[in-house]
Design a protein around this ligand. Structure first.
Ligand SMILES: Cc1ncc(COP(=O)(O)O)c(C=O)c1O
Length: 417
């Protein structure tokens, strides 16, 4: 049966406006990640013997720690762990509260009322608007960024107001520039540090300002923190919840996807304001029945072993050092981030005596086509490409080989900015 066969039936007519209504699926625009996929396939076909260096991957290149995997195996075998987990087990809540204290210095989180597990951060971001957004309400999002909370705000008839993250502002949003009407109608503000894709870190001063702004305008802050524990060069893991007043205005979302190499396991948690956590629990209870208890127990084990994350952060730090110096030697202006596995680099305007690039996407496509190097472009605020140090390499010697090869491919032309 083909999809086309059903496009003339009532099924096509019944689609909701939020996904395109009767026109759902007929949009011929090709979106960013599909364009990257197609360009990679074409480049591989054109040069089958050249290794494609994939710097565009947004998830870890390694599997979870052996201790976590062993804990899962042990717990998965126990009959008492087989059933619905509903809003989660106490063991994970306690481990999350201890983790926040031990790693981030956030004290006094009450595991009973201020923590709930989530099946990863993405569904939590998808559900939070259901707690707050009525038609016409506004969610403030930062761009470039992870759009899920904005998408669901729109699904509910709300509006999204985007604030650009620019290099000039250290990729921190300028909240004072938000129009008064938006401040009045806004209910949610999305922040994410260390930031995807810019790699920028927040400062205490910025969070203090954001908390004061949120109190003044009565807006809830959702801080999305999946990279918060992946810091290096002396930068300590930093939680929004460690800033005085944060718990009066918001919540923080943590995920084991990146900090524990557990993307496919689907486990994270929300922590902070108990009334927001309670409402999230009620909405969540109507969306899912909780993550498999064995996975929750394995996650609790992981959270009580923060040295696992430290080892992962050390690897990313080493790879960032190599990548940053290779890019700078090739003529880019790369700066090592304080956290995350992302390296956000300005795209050039042109190559001397060569092609011009109007957008980051143009440059990214050029890199795939001509150099077999894959990155992710971002054109929301300036033109940038995002490298990720989660590229595939088998050990440190292989990492050096990959980076040397990348440098070799990038240095045979001159970039004009
Ligand atoms: C900023 C940000 N938030 C949330 C997520 C989703 O994380 P999870 O795997 O916990 O759903 C990602 C994943 O790429 C992300 O970059």
């Amino acid at each position: 049966m083909t999809i086309q066969r059903y496009q003339d039936t009532f099924i096509q007519q019944n689609f909701a406006e939020r996904i395109g209504g009767a026109n759902y699926g007929k949009d011929t625009n090709i979106y960013k990640f599909e364009k990257i996929k197609r360009a990679k396939a074409a480049a591989k076909q054109a040069q089958p013997h050249v290794e494609l260096i994939d710097m565009g991957v947004g998830e870890p290149d390694e599997m979870a720690d052996a201790g976590i995997v062993a804990k899962l195996a042990e717990e998965a075998a126990k009959p008492e762990n087989r059933g619905y987990a509903d809003n989660g087990i106490a063991e994970l809540k306690r481990a999350a509260a201890d983790y926040l204290r031990q790693v981030f210095g956030v004290h006094d989180i009450d595991p009973d009322t201020e923590v709930l597990h989530s099946i990863g951060t993405k569904p939590a971001l998808a559900m939070l608007p259901s707690c707050f957004i009525n038609p016409g309400d506004v969610t403030i999002m930062t761009v470039p960024g992870y759009p899920v909370m904005g998408t669901h705000t729109k699904y509910l008839g709300g509006e999204v107001y985007n604030i650009p993250l620019t290099k000039e502002q250290q990729f921190l949003p300028d909240l004072e520039r938000i129009p008064k009407d938006i401040c009045r109608r806004a209910k949610l503000l999305y922040l994410n540090y260390p930031n995807n894709p810019t790699g920028a870190a927040a400062t205490v001063e910025f969070f203090e300002k954001a908390i004061a702004w949120a109190k003044q305008h009565e807006v809830i802050i959702v801080h999305d923190a999946p990279y918060a524990a992946l810091t290096f060069d002396g930068a300590k893991p930093f939680s929004f919840l460690s800033v005085p007043g944060a718990r009066d205005v918001g919540v923080e979302l943590h995920s084991l996807s990146k900090s524990y190499n557990m993307t496919g396991w689907r486990i994270g948690f929300i922590a902070g304001n108990p009334l927001i956590v309670k409402a999230f629990g009620d909405v969540k209870d109507n969306n899912d029945s909780g993550q498999f208890i064995a996975i929750q127990k394995a996650a609790a084990y992981g959270l009580s072993h923060p040295e696992i994350t430290e080892a992962i952060a050390n690897k990313y730090s080493r790879r960032h050092d190599m990548l940053v110096s290779a890019l700078n030697e090739a003529g880019f202006r790369a700066e090592k981030p304080k956290g995350s596995f992302f390296l956000y680099v300005e795209a050039p305007n042109a190559i001397k005596n060569g092609p011009k690039f109007a957008t980051g996407e143009d440059f990214s496509q050029y890199l795939i086509r001509e150099k077999l190097i894959s990155t992710v472009p971002w054109d929301d605020a300036g033109k940038f490409i995002r490298f990720s140090v989660t590229f595939e390499a088998d050990g440190e010697a292989d990492e050096r080989r990959v980076i040397a090869e990348l440098k070799r491919r990038l240095t045979d032309v001159e970039y004009i900015f």
